[in-house]
Design a protein around this ligand. Structure first.
Ligand code: AMP
Ligand code: ZN
Length: 464
């Protein structure tokens, strides 16, 4: 499996450092609002990445942080007069429900920033002790970029001639404003009740230190792979490298991958531009998670993708074509054990494998899938049951990566409407924190022969 490494700017083999396991850190959402489908372009890209890693027989350990303290979350909570944790919980829950709607595999760990303040303070203390970070007059702590010679290596910019000794208190800034960045921010009036005690007084962590502290806690001081949207590359990821490598003296991450933006009329889809759709917006308009997933993944992750409703219409047609073919092959297989796959099916799988292993070329992988659909349509009537079952296996194997062929079909068909209605009531009861009602509904669903399980991603149901 080869991927493009933003650090070296080359396509390179992805080889695990240890245990046949890729340790992956993915920058997660700032939980101050519902995520928009631009954000989900990043999360579906990372989902494809983890699925291709597993497709190649490697194991995965993925950590995705939840940024539940920063300027935006504090502003939102204080504006509503609610505790920060209550404010962010709504959006954390929504995020997990949305991931499930998009058939995104859960990460192994979802650490929240507010649960890791001691780890962040310890990392800042280490940098202060080494003389790389310093306390400013207001009680904030800054990273001195001139003390880390590798600064700029990810963004491929030589900052030597630009260094002014200036400081930048904001978490997000551009290359023109490079300067010492905040590791710890002293408490201010506008922070209200939000703050933690530290050796430098009351305050809160900067955004960048979160990711260095939590990634190293769960993945080690050196790990395989780190990803995010291209906007994370500078300054966020550059600063993560500086903080981690200055503290440990070791390489922080071997491979960095970044996805290009989802755009609307040529502009980045973003909260600040107001040109965004949340997943909920699109679902309310009648599009399914499966169709939205199809649109988000069906462009190479390093190419810009312009969002348009016509793409959703195309997705609906394309998926209907796949469904009709898979249904026909399923009938033909009639539950038989898989025999040898016909040459054309094996050829399609080879093309598919080559595509995903070539820096996640998903559009080419879809072309292989549609090649399989065409061949299967022209051969279906002539297939014996064992060959048809083998063709189904090829569809299944491709779908371990794409996650759109069987997704949404089987589940809908299997769970009866009356059970689904009870599940929906239970989800509403849980959202309203009505635990007694949630338990009562679980028992009622159990009495009807179905077992409900709760996870961070929401409830799942299986036949008892
Ligand atoms: P944020 O909540 O803004 O920190 O963003 C969460 C993730 O979504 C980050 O990895 C961003 O790089 C990514 N992201 C934000 N906007 C877009 C977009 N329009 N297209 C693709 N990825 C995005
Ligand atoms: Zn991050």
């Amino acid at each position: 499996m080869n991927v493009y490494n933003s650090l070296t700017r080359r396509v390179e083999p992805l080889v695990p450092l240890a245990d046949n396991t890729i340790r992956l850190y993915t920058c997660g959402p700032t939980v101050y609002n519902f995520a928009h489908i631009g954000n989900f372009r990043a999360y579906t890209f990372e989902d494809i990445l983890r699925r291709v890693i597993q497709f190649n027989g490697m194991k995965i350990r993925q950590v995705m942080n939840l940024t539940d303290v920063d300027d935006k979350t504090i502003r939102g909570a204080n504006a509503q007069g609610v505790a920060l944790t209550d404010y962010t919980k709504t959006y954390k829950d929504a995020f997990f429900a949305d991931l499930k709607k998009l058939n995104v595999q859960p990460a192994e760990v979802y650490p929240a920033a507010t649960d890791h303040i001691p780890e962040m303070i310890a990392l800042v203390e280490k940098l202060v002790a080494k003389g790389i970070a310093y306390k400013s007059d207001d009680g904030s702590v800054y990273f001195s970029v001139t003390k880390f010679p590798g600064y700029g290596k990810l963004a491929h910019i030589d900052f030597d001639n630009q260094r002014t000794g200036a400081r930048c208190a904001a978490d997000e800034y551009d290359k023109e404003n490079v300067g010492d960045f905040a590791l710890w921010k002293a408490w201010e009036e506008s922070d209200g009740p939000v703050g933690w005690d530290s050796p430098w007084g009351r305050g809160r962590p900067g955004w960048h230190i979160e990711c260095s502290a939590m990634s190293m806690k769960y993945l080690g001081e050196t790990f395989d792979l780190h990803t995010g949207g291209i906007d994370n590359l500078f300054p966020h990821h550059e600063n993560e490298i500086a903080q981690a490598e200055a503290a440990t003296g070791k390489t922080f991450v071997n491979t960095w991958m970044h996805c290009a933006h989802l755009r609307v009329n040529g502009e980045k889809m973003s909260k600040s531009l107001g040109n965004f759709f949340t997943l909920r917006d699109l679902i309310e308009k009648g599009w399914s998670g499966r169709e939205i997933r199809y649109v988000l993944i069906n462009a190479h992750y390093r190419s810009g993708l312009n969002f348009a409703f016509t793409a959703l219409e195309d997705a609906r047609k394309a998926l209907a074509r796949v469904d009709a073919c898979v249904d026909a092959v399923e009938k033909q297989a009639a539950g038989a054990a898989a025999g040898t796959a016909p040459d054309w099916a094996r050829g399609a799988l080879d093309a598919f494998t080559a595509a995903v292993n070539d820096d996640l070329n998903v559009p080419k992988a879809f072309a292989a899938l549609f090649g399989l659909v065409r061949e299967a349509n022209s051969h279906a009537a002539a297939l014996d049951a064992a060959s048809a079952a083998a063709v189904l296996e090829v569809f299944r194997r491709m779908d371990t990566v794409l996650g759109v062929v069987f997704f949404g079909k089987a589940e809908k068909a299997e769970v009866p409407a009356e059970i689904q209605a009870l599940l929906d009531q239970r989800a509403a009861a849980r959202a309203a924190k009505n635990w007694a009602e949630s338990d009562r509904l679980r028992d009622e669903i159990a009495a009807a022969g179905w077992l409900v399980k709760d996870s961070k991603a929401g409830q799942t149901v299986a036949k008892k």
